[in-house]
Design a protein around this ligand. Structure first.
Ligand code: ACO
Length: 306
């Protein structure tokens, strides 16, 4: 869906959306197409790239704020469709920070020995929870899915190791009114629509994204200049640029997909990863910095050697 199409639905324009957010178009799931459909496609492609059979998985974590149903977990549907009969599967919900939370959870399972091969998916159909009459929110979001396969390997505890090297996660529930959905099974018995105080979220994002990313850089003892790729959550091009500048990561090292995808919440980082791995920018051994923030408020960052 292009900005032009949107401007026939609400009082907005291509120039306003591009200037304020960097978005040119977003993808909308087809009628009847579910989060589990997008997640299954992403999962099959990730398994194919990794050369891992579904039966080898012992863990599936699906980060989503837009599940198919209240329960069961959408991850259970994906598990069945993949034929991943040996995998425990559950959803994890941290809205736009969901992929970093899910990656961290999977990493903890691998480190503890509870799992050996994990699939982490970020998948969303945000189009289903948008108020399509509210121009301040409906222009910003899109649908999508991405996935990664993680496998336990021993390293020697150095910066050169592959996998997740440093993680920082944060939540401040006092800020939940800044970005929420005004419905739910326990409160209204409806699904509800996304509501956002855009300016306040923006201010929060600029400060906290740079801070959480700097925390993981400091933990590993590397500088922003040593990062090969910044793979940020794609909420707003101005937020992405502001954080990259503060961290000292050059613009040409930032993976940007917001122009094509809009904000796909938990799917945005794995979609950006898939894009930059697919076009050959991200190579094995590269140091990746991921950062995200979202409803909760939640925010966090991870450093990963690809
Ligand atoms: N088209 C045209 N005009 C619009 C639109 C639109 N789609 N939306 C709002 N406006 C108007 C407003 O009404 C306002 O008009 P006014 O000055 O007459 O009141 C004017 O544009 C400016 O609005 P602001 O909200 O001040 O615009 P701002 O520059 O802050 O940009 C935006 C808005 C893009 C929402 C920005 O604040 C932002 O990106 N915030 C962060 C959002 C974010 O990151 N959300 C994702 C979090 S992740 C998750 O968990 C889902």
């Amino acid at each position: 869906m292009t900005n032009e199409e949107l401007s026939t639905m609400v009082d907005t324009s291509d120039s306003w959306i591009q200037e304020r957010s960097g978005i040119q178009e977003r993808r909308i799931a087809a009628e009847g197409e579910l989060t589990s459909d997008l997640a299954t496609i992403a999962a099959e492609r990730a398994l194919g790239h990794a050369g891992v059979a579904p039966e080898e998985l012992d863990l599936i974590i699906l980060a989503t704020a837009t599940p198919d149903q209240t329960f069961p977990a959408t991850a259970a549907t994906v598990q069945a469709r993949l034929g991943a009969k040996n995998a425990a599967a559950f959803d994890q919900q941290a809205v736009c920070t969901g992929f970093i939370f899910a990656l961290t959870t999977a990493d903890a399972y691998l480190r503890s020995g509870l799992a050996k091969t994990a699939l982490v998916i970020g998948a969303e159909t945000f189009s289903r929870i948008l108020d399509w009459t509210d121009r301040s929110t409906c222009v910003l979001f899109g649908d999508g899915a991405g996935a990664v396969v993680l496998r336990a390997e021993s390293g020697d505890g150095r910066v050169q190791d592959r996998g997740l090297l440093a993680i920082d996660l944060n939540t401040d529930g006092n800020l939940k009114e800044l970005l929420y959905v005004d419905g739910g099974p326990s409160s209204t018995q409806t699904t509800g629509h996304l509501r956002m105080e855009g300016r306040d979220v923006f201010r929060h994002a600029v400060v906290n994204l740079a801070q959480t990313a700097q925390t993981v850089l400091d933990d590993l003892g590397v500088s922003g200049e040593e990062v090969d790729w910044l793979v940020p959550h794609q909420a707003n091009l101005r937020i992405i640029d502001g954080a990259a500048k503060k961290l000292g990561v050059a613009r040409e090292k930032v993976v940007i997909t917001i122009n094509r995808h809009g904000n796909t919440s938990a799917a945005s980082i794995p979609l950006a990863l898939a894009t930059a791995v697919g076009d050959g920018r991200i190579q094995r051994g590269d140091l990746l910095l991921m950062e995200a923030m979202g409803g909760g408020m939640t925010w966090g960052a991870a450093l990963m050697r690809w």
